[in-house]
Write a protein that binds this ligand. Structure first.
Ligand code: COA
Length: 181
């Protein structure tokens, strides 16, 4: 399943491309964004490597990672959404939006779109998101999309020089499909 394009309501999810490197760097090189992620800010070379790695992994069969660009109406990368397949019909969800574009509903749309793809097309059973306890915006997104709080993962990630807990949220296929119907 490569390449894929998934239209959302206001954004489009599409494969990452080498010419996204500068826009990717504006996201993963920005401390406003990475303070909430499981890695520290990265430089241009790391952004290029990140895209190369994602493009390579996207073409493996079977595909176990959907690391997609969140593109605006001009096809410009303003964020990313990721489903990493783990175990049996399960996936971990991740997303980030360029800080200059926060507050417009883009992450909600991106997360909704990739979750729907996961359940409807990939036939997943369970999707989880591990969110920093202070990340109110991401917790709001998980709640709005109907994800349920499962518990606290202690010292789940080492980021910004310290161990950080995560709050684990999940949603099951039957819950998603029931809410959509
Ligand atoms: C989390 C993130 C992706 C949200 O992106 P966004 O496009 O601004 O999100 P949206 O506009 O779709 O929705 C944000 C929601 O959080 C709410 N929100 C934003 N800041 C908030 C805050 N400080 N406190 C409480 N709620 C907040 C908004 O009101 C909105 O909820 P609503 O639609 O119910 O009103 C963005 O802030 C980001 O990239 N953060 C850094 C990376 C990150 O945290 N990724 C997730 C890791 S689990």
């Amino acid at each position: 399943m490569y390449p894929i394009t998934i239209p959302g309501r206001v954004i489009t999810l599409r494969e990452l491309r080498p010419d996204d490197a500068a826009d990717a760097l504006a996201i993963i090189g920005d401390d406003r964004v990475t303070q909430w992620l499981s890695f520290d800010s990265r430089d241009h070379a790391a952004a290029v490597a990140m895209i190369e790695g994602a493009v390579t992994r996207a073409q493996l069969a079977p595909r176990t990672e959907y690391y997609l660009a969140v593109a605006d109406a001009e096809d410009r990368m303003i964020g990313f959404a990721r489903l990493g397949l783990t175990g049996h019909q399960a996936a971990k969800l991740g997303y980030a939006i360029n800080a200059d574009h926060w507050g417009h509903g883009y992450a909600t749309d991106a997360a909704r779109t990739i979750i729907d793809y996961g359940f409807q097309e990939l036939r997943l059973h369970r999707i989880t998101a591990a969110i920093g306890p202070d990340n109110a915006a991401s917790i709001a997104i998980a709640n709005r999309l109907g994800m349920q709080y499962e518990g606290r993962l202690r010292d789940h990630v080492f980021t910004n020089g310290a161990w950080r807990d995560s709050l684990l949220y999940s949603i099951l296929a039957r819950e998603w499909i029931q809410a959509a119907g």
